[in-house]
Design a protein around this ligand. Structure first.
Ligand code: NDP
Length: 280
């Protein structure tokens, strides 16, 4: 049995063991997948121990994504662009870091929601770890414009300057991205408005101009839960017709990690449907 796990602190809430068990069953893979909750100062030691016990790969969640990236021997371009890893793959005696959050988001929008991003105007709210992970994959879809807006404007500017410095993006794509504070968001309708802030966790919403939601806008909240999130309620009130939460992103990023480890891309629709039914 090949052994995998998700590491985070805390990690008891993680749905990854269930998702990977469903993928493994559907694809006939013999593997186990557990939760590991190391003390924050023992993260690197916990990774080393898991490897020495024969572990094949890890998913990494808060607050360890940057440290997972830093301890790897090699990183994919999308992990370098994010400066953070949510997936570690142990092979040939080395540690490889990847970040599958962005491809998970893009696949959920493009394939599951059937919403093309090419030449679209995208507003990305937030500049934490989640936003950092999705900027390069969003730009790779060739939107007309990507505005990264954050409550603390300096963090939005930092994401773009670090992305440029990472050497993972062309000048053409970089030229489509801009940063600002929430108060400086252009009050015009965007095709897609993505909430990558953690505001919904506290029942709050980021303060954005009403005009960003138009009659064809897809409002996407990376957060998910029972019922509609506060951000999606706001978007609907302001006229956005298309609404999606982050459950699909969660399942799609897991599928990409599974692919990295097992070289098989599992079907996601049934898994997403099951999780959605369980959420109620
Ligand atoms: P971080 O803690 O790294 O970043 C939080 C961000 O939210 C910051 O940009 C912060 O702004 C902003 N923020 C917090 N509260 C407010 C508020 N009231 N108004 C405006 N902005 C606010 O979190 P992450 O980036 O890791 O996660 C963000 C969200 O994405 C979480 O809800 C998480 O659950 C979700 N997520 C979902 C995934 C999925 O697969 N569906 C994957 C990863 C994350 P400031 O910089 O000013 O403090």
């Amino acid at each position: 049995m090949d052994r995998y796990a998700v590491m985070g602190h805390p990690v008891s809430h993680s749905r990854s063991p269930q998702i990977h068990a469903l993928f493994a069953k559907a694809t006939g893979q013999l593997m186990t997948y557990e939760r590991i909750d190391p003390e924050p100062d023992r993260f690197e030691a916990a990774v080393a121990r898991f490897r020495s016990e024969g572990g094949k790969g890890l998913n990494i969640t808060l607050p360890f994504k940057e440290r997972a990236f830093a301890l790897a021997d090699g990183q994919t371009a999308r992990a370098r662009a994010a400066g953070a890893a949510n997936t570690l793959d142990f092979r040939e005696g080395q540690v490889f870091a990847d970040n599958t959050d962005g491809v998970g988001l893009v696949r959920d929008i493009v394939q599951n929601q059937r919403f093309m991003l090419q030449q679209k105007h995208i507003l990305l709210l937030g500049a934490g770890g989640a936003a950092r992970g999705v900027v390069l994959p969003l730009l790779a879809e060739q939107p007309a414009r990507l505005v990264v807006a954050n409550r603390t404007a300096a963090r939005a500017f930092a994401i773009l300057s670090e992305l440029k410095a990472s050497g993972t993006i062309t000048d053409d794509l970089m030229g489509r991205a801009e940063a600002c504070g929430l108060e400086d968001i252009p009050a015009e309708p965007f095709d897609v408005v993505i909430n990558a802030t953690s505001s919904s966790l506290t029942g709050a919403v980021p303060e954005v101009p009403q005009g960003v939601f138009g009659p064809r806008t897809l409002a996407y909240d990376m957060m998910y839960g029972r019922g509609q999130t506060p951000f999606l309620k706001l978007a609907q009130t302001h006229g956005a017709p298309y609404l999606a939460d982050g459950l699909g992103m969660l399942v799609e990023q897991a599928a990409e990690s599974f692919y990295l480890w097992r070289h098989l891309l599992p079907a996601t629709a049934a898994v997403l449907q099951q999780l959605r039914a369980e959420l109620g």
